[in-house]
Design a protein around this ligand. Structure first.
Ligand code: PGA
Length: 243
């Protein structure tokens, strides 16, 4: 099973996104690819078709109640949301989301039977391997230690270095291979788990050919390139060809 996760971020207005939803309905035709669309929260209700799975870009740390402006796990789940992004670097950096918030969000997602998609990655371009490994190890263990054993296998990990997001820059294939290997090794050695590990950061219809050659990757998160239906279709088809 490969994952293709589309993170639309805070893009598009109602008319445009209505058309977008119609255009992406016929992309997915392979049960070996889990095709997940994460629209902006106000438009989740427009994505109720069965040809894709629905993800939320965020979830509240709170349950239903007096929390002005929040979108709770129970509410998202009632809109057919099956996946939730947590720990994205844009939320860590721009909204000061710390690890305790991330842990609370993961718990809320589980409680409403949604799968958390957890983002990790080094923040700067420093390619110093031991430094990057230390960061990844900490980001993984802080979270997994807080998740009850029987729920751990539902976690999906995304390796997404901050400097690769929306910049057109990607790590080299050998850097990605090294990082993904390291992440999988830690998860296996420490927790005896084999979780899906995905790559995200400037994935597009051109570099996907190269990126899919990193065999141990379980899929991709696509931001900017998922906004264009035809680019997204190409990415899907290329992944499909390579399965
Ligand atoms: P990008 O975003 O594909 O535009 O780099 C990916 C992400 O931030 O999830």
């Amino acid at each position: 099973m490969k994952y293709l996760i589309c993170n639309l971020k805070a893009n598009k207005l109602k008319d445009d996104i209505t058309l977008y939803e119609e255009n992406i309905r016929n992309i997915a035709d392979d049960s070996n690819i889990e095709f997940i669309i994460c629209p902006p929260t106000p438009f989740l209700y427009l994505f109720q078709n069965n040809n894709y799975k629905l993800g939320s870009q965020d979830v509240s740390q709170f349950s239903n109640g007096s929390y002005t402006g929040e979108n709770t796990a129970e509410q998202l789940s009632s809109l057919k949301v099956k996946y939730v992004l947590v720990g994205h670097s844009e939320r860590r950096n721009l909204l000061n989301e710390d690890e305790s918030a991330i842990i609370n969000k993961i718990k809320k997602a589980y409680h409403s039977h949604m799968r958390p998609i957890y983002f990790i990655g080094e923040q700067n371009t420093s390619k110093e391997e031991s430094e990057a490994n230390k960061i990844l190890e900490r980001q993984i263990s802080h979270i997994i230690n807080e998740v009850p054993d029987y729920k751990r296998e539902k976690l999906i990990i995304v390796y997404e270095p901050l400097w690769a997001i929306g910049t057109g820059l990607t790590p080299t294939l050998s850097e990605i291979t090294t990082r993904i290997n390291f992440i999988k090794k830690i998860i296996k050695e420490y927790y005896d788990l084999s979780l899906p590990v995905l790559y995200g950061g400037s994935v597009n219809e051109n570099n996907i050919d190269e990126l899919i050659t990193v065999g141990m990757l379980d899929g991709f998160v696509v931001g900017g390139s998922s906004l264009e239906t035809e680019a997204l279709r190409k990415i899907y088809k290329k992944i499909q060809k390579n399965i």
